[in-house]
Write a protein of this length. Structure first.
Length: 306
């Protein structure tokens, strides 16, 4: 894949690489690992790809983003943060690894000193993750406030998490101490799944600003419009922040939109001057861009260009 970004050009490639790994009891296993190359140089982590390419996407499953489980909203939030701060993915991965170790040690009643060490790591990583979330949410809210949309409803994003709320009120060192002590207390409560304190329980709240109404109480069409409003604002802000626009992947994005909003969306996407992939089962939805966009049809597992 050839990527052109401003005056630069990059060759991107990805493949699955087989590796031999020894496990316990001298057992040898063959595992597959995805590798990514830029200009024929292998990246140490897939997360580094974010330094060359930014992607924002919407899928039909996200139509229920504001009324489904908190985990999906949390992932949506972290993708927003990662778009601006590629180290965020590394922090999340390290946090998950350390947290799993902590659970394993806890269940096997092993060395308390080991638990204390893991809890310190969890606290440090957790506060760093929470701080990054707070920073990007504040910046995106400020951008949306300064650049209100003229068609889609303006949104306010809020973080509903104990650690994130403390970030705004206390020094990071204080929050780390609180987090570490909370993990220590959870050693007994973990058997009852009482783990409400951590950044892995944070939720994302979205408010329809004009109506001052939570997104989960809005109609299906309003929820889709709020989601599009956030994504369009993120794309605009990211273009200004990085100096080049992200690539947008919008799957069945016309669903729940009337003709006016659908055509307005297509116009706004054109104004972004970025590569956008749109999918639909009804090509008439995109008839207004018939003369300015490329159309492809997938039929019998084959891509055709009408």
């Amino acid at each position: 894949m050839l990527l052109q970004r401003l005056d630069e050009e990059f060759s991107l490639g990805t493949a699955v690489e087989s590796q031999i790994k020894e496990s316990d009891y001298n057992e040898v296993k063959e595992i597959e690992r995805r590798v990514v190359q830029v200009n024929d140089q292998k990246l140490t982590s897939q997360n580094e790809l974010g330094n060359y390419l930014s992607l924002i996407w919407i899928t039909p499953q996200m139509d229920r983003l504001f009324i489904g489980g908190a985990q999906h909203r949390r992932h949506f939030l972290d993708r927003i943060v990662y778009a601006f701060d590629t180290d965020h993915a590394r922090r999340l991965s390290n946090f998950d690894n350390v947290y799993r170790q902590w659970l394993q040690v806890l269940k096997t009643n092993q060395n308390p000193q080991w638990l204390t060490s893991l809890e310190q790591q969890i606290a440090e990583l957790g506060v760093a993750i929470a701080a990054a979330r707070c920073e990007q949410v504040d910046k995106l809210n400020a951008f949306m406030e300064q650049n209100p949309d003229d068609v889609f409803p303006n949104a306010i994003i809020e973080l509903d998490g104990t650690v994130e709320k403390m970030i705004y009120e206390k020094p990071a060192v204080y929050v780390e101490d609180y987090y570490r002590e909370a993990m220590f207390k959870m050693r007994q409560n973990i058997l009852y799944n009482n783990t409400e304190t951590g950044i892995n329980k944070t939720d994302l709240r979205v408010i329809y600003k004009k109506k001052n109404t939570p997104a989960n109480l809005c109609s299906t069409g309003e929820q889709k419009s709020l989601l599009l409003s956030i994504v369009l604002s993120q794309a605009k802000y990211l273009s200004a922040y990085r100096g080049y626009p992200p690539i947008l992947l919008l799957d069945e994005v016309g669903a729940h939109l009337d003709d006016y909003k659908r055509n307005a969306l297509l116009s706004k996407l054109n104004d972004l001057h970025t590569q956008t992939w749109l999918t639909t089962t009804n090509p008439f939805e995109f008839s207004s861009i018939r003369d300015t966009a490329q159309f492809f049809e997938i039929k019998d597992n084959t891509v055709h260009q009408p």
